[in-house]
Design a protein around this ligand. Structure first.
Ligand SMILES: [Zn+2]
Length: 64
């Protein structure tokens, strides 16, 4: 079961296939490509490609 999520720009339901933008801080979801693009421009966000460990730009707590 998945909870309906609101678009991070306009607040509409993002539906079953949200447009996802990964930022260093968190993952954002949008109802459409337009909202994603506008949000990215407003906040000067460059999408972070999902990669394993080429560059450690994110500091993640590690438990041993
Ligand atoms: Zn939207």
């Amino acid at each position: 079961m998945s909870q309906p999520k609101a678009c991070d720009l306009c607040g509409l339901d993002v539906g079953v296939k949200p447009f996802v933008l990964n930022t260093p801080e968190k993952q954002l979801q949008f109802c459409c490509e337009g909202c994603l693009g506008i949000f990215g421009m407003l906040h000067d966000i460059k999408e972070m490609p999902v990669q394993n460990s080429q560059e450690n730009t994110q500091i993640q707590p590690q438990k041993s």
